[in-house]
Design a protein around this ligand. Structure first.
Ligand SMILES: [Fe+2]
Length: 556
């Protein structure tokens, strides 16, 4: 059975009125006879960051990857983006899709159910609890009256017993996503000294990560809980999400942006942990907990959830935000049709494979001089020398990552030791706000040597504290609070990066390098060899390692 999962602004323009009908991170996934073949976000193909439009390019990409024609698709599952306009044009959407996928059954799935699926069907556990928390999900109705949009959902799964259902959904409380988005946008505009009305709703997702980074510079100046708790049978935590609702103390308005960012992050974590602990105390949580929804991109909160021991095993997929919805929809379809779901070892590398021939043809088309390495370890030795010499390296290997992070398939690497490398990389290539830290990538078996927590983190979902004695050796990735968003790699999940790090360790005695996404400022991460070569040529990147080929810029 061939199942296509989709997410996007079917029936409306996501940019016409983003306050009323917002949709971002559109894309498509394909599951063929239970095997997850590929998953892609539209932005990687359209080159429009956070592209929420109908994922036309992604559909073609998936059909090609699955070697399928539209007539061969049996089911199309669309994750609901939760806007009223989506429902208004639902019949037209189904009709249009039916004209293309003439043999397919077309079905719409609940937003939070798709988020949950993306987590539940990618964990190796059979049974457990799932929690979804995001900005806003599907419309919630009570007695045919619309009461709001899903903010939180809790459910139970047992795959063998064929149980998978949401048992609590709250539209207004447990509103951690909306709380963070609302305040982050305001604080960001305050930090860059622009009025809030200039804030572009299309970029509201980027504000959250930026303000999370800024929080490390703030001080705790305002010690009060920014939420109300309803300790009832189905616990609720109400964050004060509306800056103009008058519930905040006046002193908050006087704070500098850095201190406000600290306050926001702190309140968010306190509210979230209060909610999770209430769920735990009331017996809702099983040993295995699957988390999903955009708020689980907050690596600081994720680390606290694990440290607090909210559950024995916590699973967060590498695509907790809306980019995981089409994948969740496709996996839910496979589950409903009793398919035996087969996933790749590395849950993040879900793009298509590009061959040596494709890469070489693209290099030749661009008229670029390159060196081909017959031995990948020789290539890694050469790249290690460049990294040691503080060169900026573009790294294009393996299938592209699904999700917002560059996890060693489409990355820019640099030596993590000299503190100034952060500024060098920022001034030459990334042009990001100065307060934002760079992430790192480390051999898995060295993580305990460098970090207090020592978590394995193959999908970069946690922040970890750098051990005091190691700070000097990785200053370029040490944040203001001595933490780092670190990814751990091993041979099994990340063979190419693992080889590079082993070669780098041998050469420099360090198992860590700086890792950031391979993209131009404001652009999505590169997808194809052509994207990578063009971006390499446009940016001040010194070396490109693409498949078995190395390209170097001279005199830079
Ligand atoms: Fe969502």
């Amino acid at each position: 059975m061939n199942i296509l999962g989709l997410y996007g602004a079917f029936g409306f323009d996501p940019w016409e009125d983003p306050e009323q009908a917002y949709c971002h991170e559109a894309g498509a996934s394909i599951v063929k006879d239970g095997v997850l073949v590929t998953s892609i976000c539209e932005e990687r193909l359209s080159k429009v960051k956070y592209d929420g439009r109908v994922p036309a390019n992604s559909i073609q990409y998936c059909l090609k990857a699955g070697d399928l024609s539209p007539e061969e698709i049996d089911c199309v599952y669309i994750a609901d983006c939760g806007t009223q306009v989506f429902y208004r044009f639902l019949n037209d959407t189904k009709k249009e899709l039916k004209e293309f996928f003439i043999n397919a059954k077309i079905e719409i799935l609940n937003h939070h159910l798709c988020h949950a699926s993306a987590s539940v069907f990618t964990t190796d556990k059979n049974e457990g609890t799932f929690i979804t928390l995001d900005g806003s999900g599907s419309i919630v109705f009570t007695e045919n009256q619309m009461v709001g949009y899903e903010a939180s959902s809790v459910g139970y799964f047992n795959k063998e017993k064929k149980k998978f259902r949401i048992f609590q959904s709250h539209p207004w409380s447990n509103n951690f996503g909306l709380y963070y988005i609302t305040w982050a946008a305001r604080i960001y505009m305050q930090k860059i000294e622009k009025q809030i009305w200039l804030c572009n709703p299309e970029y509201r997702d980027t504000y959250c990560g930026k303000i999370m980074g800024l929080a490390a510079y703030g001080k705790p100046k305002y010690d009060v809980n920014d939420f109300d708790v309803n300790d009832s049978t189905t616990p609720e935590v109400q964050m004060r999400s509306h800056p103009d609702d008058g519930k905040h103390h006046e002193v908050f308005d006087l704070l500098e942006a850095d201190d406000r960012a600290y306050f926001l992050q702190d309140s968010f974590e306190k509210g979230l942990l209060t909610y999770l602990k209430l769920l735990k105390d009331k017996g809702y949580l099983e040993d295995n907990l699957c988390l999903s929804g955009g708020i689980f991109l907050n690596i600081l909160a994720n680390t606290k959830i694990v440290k607090e021991g909210i559950a024995k095993h916590i699973h967060i997929p590498p695509f907790p935000s809306d980019c995981g919805l089409h994948l969740g929809a496709a996996l839910y379809g496979a589950y409903m049709h009793d398919e035996n779901i087969i996933l790749p070892k590395n849950l993040a590398t879900l793009g298509v494979e590009y061959t040596d021939e494709q890469i070489q043809d693209t290099l030749n088309e661009q008229g670029i001089k390159y060196k081909k390495y017959d031995s990948f370890s020789d290539l890694c030795d050469e790249i290690s020398k460049d990294l040691r010499d503080n060169k900026i390296v573009g790294w294009f290997q393996n299938k592209s990552e699904h999700g917002p992070r560059a996890l060693g398939s489409r990355s820019l690497f640099m030596n993590a030791q000299p503190k100034e490398n952060k500024d060098v990389l920022n001034s030459k290539v990334k042009h990001r706000e100065h307060w934002r830290p760079f992430a790192g990538i480390i051999l898995e078996n060295c993580v305990e040597e460098y970090f207090e927590e020592g978590f394995k983190s193959p999908y970069m979902l946690f922040s970890q504290t750098i051990k005091k004695e190691k700070i000097n050796s990785i200053e370029a990735i040490c944040h203001e609070d001595q933490t780092c968003r670190i990814q751990t790699v091993n041979k099994d999940l990340h063979p190419q990066v693992n080889s590079l790090l082993e070669a780098y360790l041998k050469l420099t005695d360090s198992p860590v390098i700086l890792n950031t996404s391979f993209n131009d400022n404001g652009q999505p991460i590169v997808e194809t060899p052509k994207d990578a070569i063009e971006t390499f040529l446009n940016l001040q990147v010194d070396t490109l390692a693409i498949g078995n080929y190395v390209v170097k810029k001279i005199n830079q």
